[in-house]
Design a protein around this ligand. Structure first.
Ligand code: ADP
Length: 615
């Protein structure tokens, strides 16, 4: 068995190099590939960007027959098929958006057994002519991509993903391999049950994405907070997520006025406009998209360098999924979230109407705690999915990078705030919101405070030195950590049991200071330094020339630029500066087919550039 495994592994590596031009598998990829070759059903959970596609594409090449890939999005299918063709792999798709002649041509190629991978939508699979077509040719296996769409527990439930047990009923001997990035237990169990998998091999990888740097900050002036980051990420690609459509329109327009070219995306735009904006982003005509959560599925662009959340999403699953779109090429990418207590209120209002509102509220609480409790962000995410986080210091979040400064006397501050909330609520049997409490502690005699005569309260002006945003941030963290809670239409604050224990000095809150401008500049400078180090060996001018060539080719062929070569490949070329075909073959992402297609053209540019430089 070990010998066979070794033999297979050798063949797998050859195939990886020949078609993909990659030198090694990522962790977890090999296990799934071996299970597929071993003819066991399987379920693989790999985080977004983990490299799922390769896990089924590679064994599809090694096995006899055609693999059938069920995929929920037509746009995604086309890009995947284009990508495979670029590598010299026989792939096609069948869906309702194709002209009839094209569908006929694909069917003919299937009958001639000339296709290794067929991408198909679930409703198309169920159509009678498709079933008989597929029954008439040898099949290697079935793949269910984005398998979480089967489950109501997932975040992208799709009606047409129901009833996929149809596959086992019609193709009893075929193996099924399910893939998803969603690791919650409910979703996994649902997938296994509904597909009726027999003794499946289950491969659940770590949800951690070590190349993503997480930072969470309170929201103050969102436009200037975002523009500060966009300055940091000039010429890079990124997504800005907002909570509501109106926020998308506002932020998108403001940023365009300020010269940060971007396009909006939300469900309120017409189908045509949405599609056009998404295509512009995929095809690198625009680098920034401002969007609601509606944006993202089907975005395979590997060089997304940042994701900004202008507001808190409704669960850690959503956050993980949305930030996961950054850094698929496994180079460093940055995730920033700006949150405020208002986000919690907006979500709780929406979730009240949801059928499983308790579960949703727990999820909301968990993401809020994630924001408001300074702790290793990678660890919180990994723990949330019930996995073990082994590292000590991730070196990739605001907490572990020591950007978060802690307050000196958290217990004293916490007690001061809680005492204030308790004393004034007691007096009138009624509560007050965070803004009111902050003004009271600061000693601002607002109209409201004087109406309640709270200038006489003991806590009035008890934190005179601290800026109002500081006090607000402390309150936010106390709510996030469960010492205070917000209730009702006016979001009034009151103490929880846990809060009373804090007053008694039994527990201490973890309170961070808001980031001051000087600190933010330091972070920005450090990030630039890191980037300069990453790119130290790379010839920037050459990189730009190669990028231009790539854009030309992509436009001519009508495919996204990354399908020709990812940034990592161009970076490699500008470092190695290959002048022969043999040297070009060693570049990351250059397989046999791309060597044939592109070596000459890219080598010509490198040659010309190096010769010009010598002169
Ligand atoms: P997922 O579907 O899990 O989100 P993808 O299949 O889109 O991830 O893969 C993300 C990126 O990683 C792609 O650009 C892919 O080519 C690349 N990739 C996958 N496996 C490897 C590997 N073994 N070595 C290098 N890059 C890889």
């Amino acid at each position: 068995m070990e010998l066979t495994k070794k033999y297979i592994s050798g063949e797998m590596l050859d195939c990886l190099k020949r078609y993909w031009g990659y030198a090694r598998f990522r962790p977890w990829q090999e296990d799934t590939i071996l299970a597929i070759l071993d003819e066991r059903d399987s379920l693989t959970v790999l985080p977004t960007g983990g490299g799922k596609s390769l896990c089924f594409q590679l064994p599809a090449l090694l096995k006899e027959g055609m693999a059938v890939v069920i995929s929920p999005l037509i746009s995604l299918m086309k890009d995947q098929v284009d990508g495979l063709k670029e590598m010299g792999i026989e792939a096609e798709c069948l869906n309702s958006s194709q002209p009839v002649e094209e569908q006929r041509a694909v069917a003919a190629r299937i009958r001639q057994s000339r296709i290794k991978l067929l991408y198909i939508s679930p409703e198309r699979l169920r159509a009678e002519p498709t079933v008989s077509l597929l029954k008439s040719v040898p099949l290697s296996f079935f793949v269910i991509d984005e398998a979480h769409c089967i489950s109501h527990w997932g975040h992208d439930f799709r009606e047409d993903y129901r009833g996929l047990n149809f596959i086992k009923e019609n193709f009893a001997s075929a193996n099924i391999h399910a893939f998803t990035a969603t690791a919650t237990k409910e979703v996994c169990l649902d997938i296994l049950g509904q597909l009726n998998l027999g003794h499946p091999f289950i491969n659940i990888a770590s949800v951690d994405r070590p190349n993503l740097v997480y930072r969470v900050m309170p929201r103050l002036n969102i436009i200037s907070q975002i523009t500060e980051l966009l300055e940091r990420h000039r010429l890079e690609a990124g997504i800005i997520y907002c909570l509501r459509r109106d926020d998308v329109d506002d932020i998108s327009a403001r940023l365009n006025e300020l010269g940060f070219k971007n396009l909006p995306y939300h469900a309120g735009l017409s189908d045509g406009e949405r599609h056009a904006n998404q295509e512009s982003f995929i095809r690198e005509e625009v680098d920034i998209i401002v969007a609601t959560v509606a944006f993202g599925m089907g975005i395979d662009r590997p060089d997304i360098r940042f994701v900004i959340h202008a507001a808190m999403p409704k669960s850690i699953e959503h956050y993980h999924q949305e930030t996961g779109r950054a850094g698929r090429d496994s180079l460093s990418a940055y995730c920033y979230m700006f949150y405020g207590g208002g986000d919690f209120r907006v979500w709780s209002f929406f979730l009240k109407q949801s059928p499983n509102k308790e579960v949703m509220m727990d999820k909301l609480q968990a993401i809020y705690n994630f924001c408001a409790r300074p702790q290793c962000r990678h660890k919180i995410i990994v723990d949330y999915f019930n996995q073990d986080y082994r590292g000590q210091n991730c070196q990739a979040c605001d907490y572990c990078l020591q950007e978060v400064e802690m307050v000196d006397e958290p217990l004293k501050i916490g007690q001061g705030i809680l005492r204030c909330v308790q004393s004034i609520s007691f007096e009138h049997g009624q509560g007050f919101g965070a803004g009111y409490i902050a003004n009271l502690l600061k000693g601002n005699l607002t109209e409201q405070i004087s109406r309640w005569r709270h200038q006489q309260a003991a806590c009035f002006g008890s934190m005179p030195e601290e800026p109002l945003v500081f006090i607000r941030f402390m309150i936010e963290q106390l709510v996030g950590q469960g010492f205070l809670r917000r209730d009702g239409e006016y979001a009034t604050l009151s103490l929880t049991d846990f809060g009373r224990r804090l007053l008694g000095g039994e527990v201490t809150p973890i309170l961070a200071k808001p980031l001051i401008a000087k600190k933010r500049k330091e972070i920005s400078a450090k990030q630039r330094e890191k980037k300069a180090k990453d790119w130290a060996q790379v010839d920037g001018t050459l990189f730009e020339l190669l990028r231009r060539k790539r854009a030309q080719l992509a436009q001519k062929q009508g495919v996204p630029a990354y399908i020709i070569f990812g940034d990592r490949s161009l970076k490699d070329m500008s470092m190695i500066k290959p002048l022969t075909s043999e040297a070009f073959a060693t570049v990351f992402g250059v397989g046999e087919h791309k060597l044939k297609l592109y070596a000459e053209q890219f080598i010509a540019i490198i040659k010309e550039y190096t010769e010009r430089k010598k002169e």
